[in-house]
Structures are given as C-alpha cells and as structure tokens.
Design a protein around this ligand. Structure first.
Ligand code: NAP
Length: 117
C-alpha cells in the first residue's frame, strides 16, 4: 500500500519496530535476559517481523528496510513498567528512519548495534 509513496522518495526508508524477544539467537542463549521469557505469541510475532524485514530488504534494494529493538520502554504494552522513557526508546527508531540512500538495509539493531537474528 505504501510502496508507490516510498518509491517517490529520494531516500525511502522503512523501520520495522521489532523486539529482542524475536531474536532466535538470544532466545536460545541462556546468558541473555530474553532466554527465560515465557510467552509464545509475542516472540513469534517479533521473529516474523524480522523475517519480513529480511525478505522485503532483499526484494526492494532501493529502499532501506531495517528492524530495530527499542529497548524496554515505558509504554502501554508493559503497563508503563519499562526501564526507560519513550524518548530513549525512540532514539534507534529515529536514527534508522533518517538513513540516507547509502545506509544499511536488512539489519536488526538496537541502540548499541547489531543483534543476533
Ligand atoms: N515497550 C517496550 O518495552 C518494547 C520493547 C521492545 C519492542 N517493542 C515494540 O514496540 C512496538 C510499539 O509498542 P509500544 O511499546 O509503543 O506499545 P503500545 O504503546 O502498547 O503501542 C502499541 C500500538 O500498537 C497498536 N496496535 C495494537 N494492536 C493493533 C492492531 N491489531 N492493529 C493496529 N494497531 C494495533 C496500538 O493501537 P491502539 O493504541 O489504538 O490500541 C498502539 O498504538 C511494538 O511492536 C512492540 O513489540 C516495545
């Protein structure tokens, strides 16, 4: 639906707001905070967002399409229990939304850098 609009942009960008709970690498690594997470639907849907990111990034090399993990942020989804304010969670989203045409695509990052898929 948004494709024609994106293709009219001189620097088209898509930022998929994913979660570290969608990381298969972290979910299988006992050393991570994500390992002990008990829910099923949320991590599975975040993993699906990651796969969609990869597939779209390959299909549309002229568009920067990346997945990000904002960090545990105080929003409605967690009853405002997140460890950081929305402004901080938005940082990586805004950073990736401002990529130029030479920026990366098909990546999965948080504020500190790349995450294991
Ligand atoms: N907060 C965190 O700690 C955290 C950590 C990692 C990743 N994330 C990711 O960040 C993203 C944004 O979440 P958030 O923290 O900003 O949570 P939020 O404040 O609860 O916002 C979720 C948004 O999704 C919308 N939504 C929910 N179900 C929908 C549906 N079926 N169709 C259309 N819109 C729907 C809600 O709309 P209404 O307001 O109309 O209900 C709301 O605007 C999510 O993808 C989440 O997985 C959040």
């Amino acid at each position: 639906m948004f494709l024609p609009l994106l293709q009219r942009s001189s620097a088209p960008v898509v930022v998929n707001v994913s979660s570290a709970l969608g990381s298969l690498g972290r979910m299988t690594d006992q050393e991570t905070r994500q390992y002990a997470y008990r829910g099923m639907a949320y991590p599975a849907s975040a993993a699906a967002v990651n796969m969609v990111t990869i597939k779209y990034a390959k299909a549309f090399p002229g568009i920067r399409i990346n997945a990000v993990e904002p960090g545990y942020t105080r929003t409605d989804i967690n009853g405002r229990r997140g460890g950081q304010p929305v402004e901080q969670g938005a940082e990586i989203i805004v950073r990736m939304a401002r990529l130029g045409t030479d920026g990366p695509t098909g990546t999965y990052t948080d504020i500190d850098g790349p995450l294991a898929w």
